[in-house]
Ligand binder design. Structure first.
Ligand code: ZN
Length: 141
């Protein structure tokens, strides 16, 4: 790894894409990427169902809303289907949350939450990242 690499963000863990229907989006993405969804998972706390595809060391997370008033439903209403967030892998989510809080970034949750695909996650407000909703995630071992 070069010296110019972020010492905190290890890689882009995944990119989240808001879709109206997983039933439609999954075959489309499987055709696009030439690979199969390896996991589908409901995350009740977020009101979403997710589907994951692997892309090298990174993943694509398709997100469908399970609640009319959930964050993905509101996003689709406002912006339509499209890129929803970027998730970065971190080694120690609590120390990252503390660092970013001290740096003036607005955390959207004060405690790490259990996210999809075996991760602890925390979201940062898009205004701190040039309009991009940003997720930190750490393996939940
Ligand atoms: Zn995510």
């Amino acid at each position: 790894m070069s010296d110019s690499a972020s010492p905190y963000f290890k890689k882009i863990e995944h990119i989240g894409i808001a879709v109206r229907s997983l039933e439609e989006a999954i075959p489309r993405y499987e055709r696009l990427m030439g690979s199969r969804v390896y996991k589908r998972e409901v995350v009740e706390s977020e009101g979403v169902e997710t589907a994951f595809l692997q892309c090298g060391p990174n993943k694509i997370e398709l997100l469908e809303s399970r609640r009319a008033d959930g964050p993905i439903a509101l996003f689709l209403e406002k912006r339509g289907e499209g890129m929803h967030h970027i998730a970065y892998a971190v080694e120690d989510i609590r120390s990252e949350m503390q660092r970013l809080n001290q740096e003036g970034f607005q955390l959207l949750n004060n405690e790490p939450k259990a996210g999809a695909d075996g991760k602890w996650v925390c979201f940062l407000h898009p205004r701190g990242a040039s309009g991009v909703l940003t997720e930190l995630c750490q393996d939940r071992d």
